[in-house]
Write a protein that binds this ligand. Structure first.
Ligand SMILES: [Zn+2]
Length: 284
């Protein structure tokens, strides 16, 4: 089973404008049109069985609406293999009740984005969310490290993650982009002994530039095979989850990239879907 644990889609009415805005911010090229239909087509082409959509609340007032929409998507979309997490914003006043509601709605977890939400990951407002998610059995997947659209801004560094997990109760925490985008040395130094999981989104190989001349060739390089394998060995393949950041990564391309790695068949199967299948309790 192939599961992409890190994807994004937008409502049809705003997909076009949102993608345009984000691609101009990140100077990278999208691989789908940003709609659910576009993601479904990408999955069919790549042979992905399930994609998990990760919605981000950039303002507290969006939280309930996004969670309702995500729950609806899970009810309707399960058949297409497109599922969604919920979301939370650190400044949402009713965070405690809303997290309980998220669990009641049957959502398996939430997405946090400390850069877009402009709060550090070890801030008490995130710590209380992590604690509560742990109690409710909700998975937390957070953006980690730099963001391609916000040069220089890090609100979830490996150090902040370490300080956070040391202060909260047990919680299933997935760090996107192999633990911290472009902070990979620190991730490998500081986090292997914790219980965090990593997703592979937008971390291996090279970025797909928009073609506007913003990036030089060396700017496009992400992790090479050796550094990536170093991370897999440091954390163990059972803690690595396949993700693409679609539309910002191509599912077909990312799958090929993982399949080229010197992994055992068992490790490859775990990374591409086995680990996520267990975590999300999915069956075909
Ligand atoms: Zn993402």
């Amino acid at each position: 089973m192939i599961i992409d644990i890190h994807t994004h889609t937008f409502p049809d009415s705003i997909a076009g404008s949102t993608l345009l805005k984000l691609q101009n911010l990140s100077h990278t090229r999208p691989f789908t049109d940003g709609t659910q239909r576009g993601l479904a087509a990408s999955m069919a082409l790549a042979g992905v069985d399930f994609s998990l959509v990760l919605p981000v609340a950039t303002a507290p007032r969006q939280v309930c609406h996004i969670n309702d929409t995500s729950a609806r998507l899970n009810q309707e979309g399960g058949k297409e293999g497109i599922l969604s997490f919920g979301c939370m914003h650190p400044d949402f006043s009713d965070w405690k009740e809303e997290l309980a509601r998220i669990a009641r709605l049957g959502l398996k977890g939430i997405k946090l984005h400390p850069v877009y939400q402009n709060v550090d990951f070890d801030d008490p407002r995130y710590l209380r969310i992590l604690d509560r998610c742990g109690e409710l059995g909700l998975i937390v997947l957070t953006h980690a490290g730099l963001d391609v659209g916000f040069p220089g801004k890090v609100n979830c560094s490996p150090e902040m993650v370490l300080r956070a997990v040391e202060q909260v109760g047990p919680v299933t925490l997935i760090l996107a982009h192999m633990g911290g985008w472009r902070c990979w040395d620190e991730v490998e130094r500081l986090l292997p002994h914790t219980s965090v999981l990593l997703d592979t989104a937008f971390s291996l190989g090279i970025m797909a530039p928009l073609g506007d001349g913003y990036y030089g060739p060396s700017d496009l390089k992400l992790m090479d095979q050796d550094s990536f394998m170093g991370m897999v060995r440091a954390f163990g393949a059972h803690r690595i989850l396949f993700g693409t950041d679609s539309p910002w990564g191509g599912q077909k391309e990312a799958l090929e990239e993982i399949r080229r790695l010197p992994l055992t068949a068992q490790e490859q199967a775990a990374i591409l879907g086995g680990n996520a299948q267990r975590l999300l309790e999915l069956t075909l």
